[in-house]
Each structure stands twice: as C-alpha cells, then as structure tokens.
Design a protein around this ligand. Structure first.
Ligand code: DX5
Ligand code: ZN
Length: 217
C-alpha cells in the first residue's frame, strides 16, 4: 500500500511543518487537492502553494486536479513540481490530449472518476495511465463518509487491470481511515488517500501507524 495523505485537511497556516511531520511518519506521497469552484463547488489552492511547498519535501507530489478543462493548467502544475497529475474524466473534452501533455512533461498520469461516473468511461484510457483514481466520495470536500458502492467500481477496475496484465495503480480517495481500510484494500486498491484521518487526527504519526497496522494485519 502506498499512503498519500491529503493536504486539504492540514493546517493551512503551517503547511511545511505539517508535511514534514507526515514525511517523517512514513508516507509515500503527498496528495494535493486542487479545486476551482467550477468543476467542484469549493476552492482550495493552486500551483503557487504547491510550488512553495516543493523545496520543503522529497515526497512524491500527487496532484489531484478537480478543475474544468485541465489542459489549460498542466504546464503550471508541472512547473510547480508535480510528480504525478490526476485529472477527472468528466472535466475535459479531450482526455487524450491531457494524457499526452502530462506524459510529455515527464509526469505520471492518472485519470479520476467521480462516484456517479461509470467505470466504462475510463476503460479506453487504462493502458495509457499509470494510475486510476476511484473517488469514494463526491469530490469537493474533505471529511465526508465513504460511499460503499464505489468500492464495487474499484473491484471492477482491479479485475480489468489484472485481465489486461497492466501494472496500473488503483487509488481510492475520500472518507478512508484505519476503520474502513481493510475493505478498501480488499477491493484491490493499492494507493490510499486519507485527509481527515491523518492531518485531522490529534496525532498524525499515530494515525499513519494505525493504517500501516491494518495493512499488515
Ligand atoms: C475530496 C478530495 C479528497 C479529500 C480527502 O474532493 O479529493 O482528497 O481531501 O479527504 P478525507 O480523507 O477527509 O475524505
Ligand atoms: Zn483528492
């Protein structure tokens, strides 16, 4: 399991400190949720904040774009220091172009699907993506509860990845913590995002350890 804590739940006045703490606690990536107030009804932060954090961390920067027409901004996020860029299949009329742009910039490419979006929508792009992100809540806000039916989509995607003999990572995002991690991993997910369960915990280091304990149980 690769663990990718979502910065959305961190103290925005102490970002570098918060990142250093989870980095020392043994996570694999940093999940950066970019929201534009259009694709989702909330605004978070953009490339400026990501670029400011970049010199403070060696973690893989896992940038999750929840923005309309991401093709307009890929270059900005690459320049800011993204290692991987995830865009929503629902957010662009040109998924092939976005995949190409991200790939050409030397970043890992991922496509995301919201809870209501059928799995079939991303299947044509599976072979060209390094990762698929199954949203386990409606995108837009941290701190929501995982929708159990979304795990069936993860299961179907894992089956298809295996059937095609691909090495594609499968990420789940939204409402995940130690309490439901076993079910998420059982669905075939190998990259786990957790916002409130880690940055929102009184002791993020202990929260990471609790998730590792579930992984190793
Ligand atoms: C939701 C974001 C998630 C969110 C996760 O739109 O994509 O990454 O911050 O936060 P929790 O783990 O609190 O649901
Ligand atoms: Zn996210």
């Amino acid at each position: 399991m690769k663990l990718s804590p979502s910065l959305l739940a961190a103290d925005f006045a102490r970002l570098a400190e918060s990142v250093a703490r989870v980095e020392a606690g043994g996570v694999d990536m940093l999940h950066l949720d970019v929201m534009d107030g259009n694709f989702v009804p909330n605004i978070s932060f953009g490339a400026g904040v990501i670029g400011a954090l970049r010199p403070h961390s060696k973690l893989f920067f896992d940038v999750h774009l929840m923005i309309d027409r991401p093709e307009r901004y890929i270059a900005d996020f690459v320049k800011a220091g993204a290692d991987g860029i995830t865009f929503h299949i629902e957010s662009t009329g040109d998924p092939d172009g976005v995949i190409e742009q991200i790939r050409a910039a030397g970043c890992r490419v991922a496509v995301a699907l919201s809870p209501k979006t059928p799995v079939e929508t991303v299947l044509p792009y599976l072979n060209r993506c390094d990762m698929v992100l199954v949203m386990t809540v409606e995108p837009g806000f941290g701190g929501q509860s995982l929708m159990p039916e979304t795990l069936e989509k993860a299961r179907a995607l894992r089956a298809e990845i295996t059937r095609r003999g691909l090495a594609t990572d499968l990420q789940a995002d939204g409402g995940i913590g130690a309490k439901n991690l076993a079910a998420v991993l059982d669905a075939g997910v190998n990259v786990v995002v957790a916002g409130s369960a880690i940055f929102g915990a009184p002791d993020p280091t202990a929260a990471i350890a609790a998730m590792r304990a579930v992984e190793n149980a």
